[in-house]
Unconditional design. Structure first.
Length: 110
C-alpha cells in the first residue's frame, strides 16, 4: 500500500485517526471535543492561591496546628508561620516532608 504524502501542518495542530467500535463512536467524538475545549490554569481560576495558602489549607484539612505540624516535620513553628505568610520559601525537600505528613501532593506546595 502506498504511504500517504502531505505537507506537515504548521499551525500547531495534529491530525490523528482512531478506529473504535461503532456503538462508541459518538462517545469518543464527544470526549475529543471536550478535550479540545480551552482550559483555565489554576493561577487564573485561583489568583489568590499561593504555596502558603495551600499549606494553610492542607494543614486545616488535617485539623493540625502550626506547632503540631512543625513537630511532625522537625521544624520550628515560626517556620511554618513564615511559609504560610509567604515570608519563607518552601523548597522541594520541605515540600516533600510536608506532603508526607499532610498526605498531600508535594508539588502543590511549590
Amino acid at each position: 500500500m502506498l504511504e500517504l504524502t502531505r505537507r506537515p501542518r504548521t499551525d500547531g495542530m495534529v491530525v490523528f485517526t482512531a478506529v473504535v467500535p461503532a456503538p462508541q463512536a459518538d462517545a469518543v467524538a464527544r470526549a475529543i471535543e471536550q478535550a479540545a475545549e480551552p482550559t483555565v490554569s489554576r493561577r487564573e481560576a485561583f489568583p489568590e492561591s499561593t504555596p502558603g495558602t495551600v499549606l494553610r489549607g492542607a494543614r486545616g484539612l488535617r485539623e493540625m496546628t502550626q506547632a503540631a505540624l512543625a513537630a511532625r516535620i522537625g521544624a520550628h513553628k515560626t517556620h511554618i508561620s513564615e511559609m504560610e505568610r509567604g515570608l519563607r520559601p518552601i523548597g522541594k525537600a520541605m515540600a516533600k516532608r510536608l506532603a508526607e505528613v499532610l498526605d498531600f501532593p508535594w508539588k502543590a506546595f511549590l
